[in-house]
Design a protein around this ligand. Sequence first.
Ligand SMILES: NC(=O)c1ccc[n+]([C@@H]2O[C@H](COP(=O)([O-])OP(=O)(O)OC[C@H]3O[C@@H](n4cnc5c(N)ncnc54)[C@H](O)[C@@H]3O)[C@@H](O)[C@H]2O)c1
Length: 312
Amino acid sequence: MHVLVSGGAGFIGSHVVERLLEHGRRVRVIDDLSSGRREHVPDGAELVEASITDPSACRAAVDGVDAVVHLAAIASVTRSVEAPSATHEVNLAATIRLAEAATTAGVARFVYASSAAVYGLIERDAHGEHDPVAPVTPYAIDKYTGETYLRFFAAEHGLDARALRFFNVYGPRQLPSSPYAGVIARFATGLLQGEPLTVYGDGEQTRDFIYVGDVATIVTRHAEEPPTSAALRVMNVCNGSRTSLHDLIATLAPATGAATGAAPEIRHEPARSGDIRHSRGDDAELTAWFPDRPRTALDEGLRRVVDWMQAG
Ligand SMILES: NC(=O)c1ccc[n+]([C@@H]2O[C@H](COP(=O)([O-])OP(=O)(O)OC[C@H]3O[C@@H](n4cnc5c(N)ncnc54)[C@H](O)[C@@H]3O)[C@@H](O)[C@H]2O)c1
């Protein structure tokens, strides 16, 4: 089986490539290295350094592959707010281009990185895939419209498409600037250097964190499953758990060996506008589809982040 991974030099992408190679798959990566890194592409994968905004590069990239895992994006909500048309070119226009190239080439399977951002600022106990969405930023609007286009490609061209709504993915190789879980890298750095930690708001806001290695296994299973239906399948990728920033610090501190044993110094800043207070996904659909999926515990996942940071 031959799989194209767009964004395979990025945080999640490089872990997906690693997992696919472990499973004996042939992997091609298309990445323009705008936020990804060449050295994160595992040995054994073919790297095509090109932008998915280039139609001929998309056509060449899908040639001969059995499945596409489409992760390339400008994964910054802030940047999408500042530059809606520029981010739209990558996050939506290029998604359509890649899906079009894939269907033209007869690729059976298309796995797409959507986002919990499609649920917008709605507060519910847990977001389910059938709940109404309310995307409010250009990033979220493009992600949701990308899903809608894949519904079209599935219905019109029989593409087996999967839209995976990632919640807060964390793990080694994540940039501290990531809007999803960059806070983990920032806190870990602060703890390792004995510096005060900045918390926006009261620290009791919660997120649904999921370890990147578990996400890689889930994405890989989607890519490998024999093509089933010609209907878009939408699935949350989350743990269905709530972790507050204070919980995060309490779990991270021992993992960093918090030098002095003293409680970390926390500086509170005003809550940032537009930050949702609680975000949690309903993982029932994911669990029904993959009952024995790996579930790395938060303390273990955080320890791996710290090990990675300490390894330089
Ligand atoms: N990290 C999370 O928690 C999270 C949550 C929800 C959704 N997502 C989505 O998952 C995907 C991967 O996110 P990530 O956190 O690994 O981000 P990332 O920035 O590490 O990875 C994105 C990759 O896409 C590449 N890329 C960007 N523009 C490109 C272009 N025009 N052509 C080719 N390659 C291009 C980048 O160089 C990078 O390697 C994205 O689609 C993101 O929106 C991530």
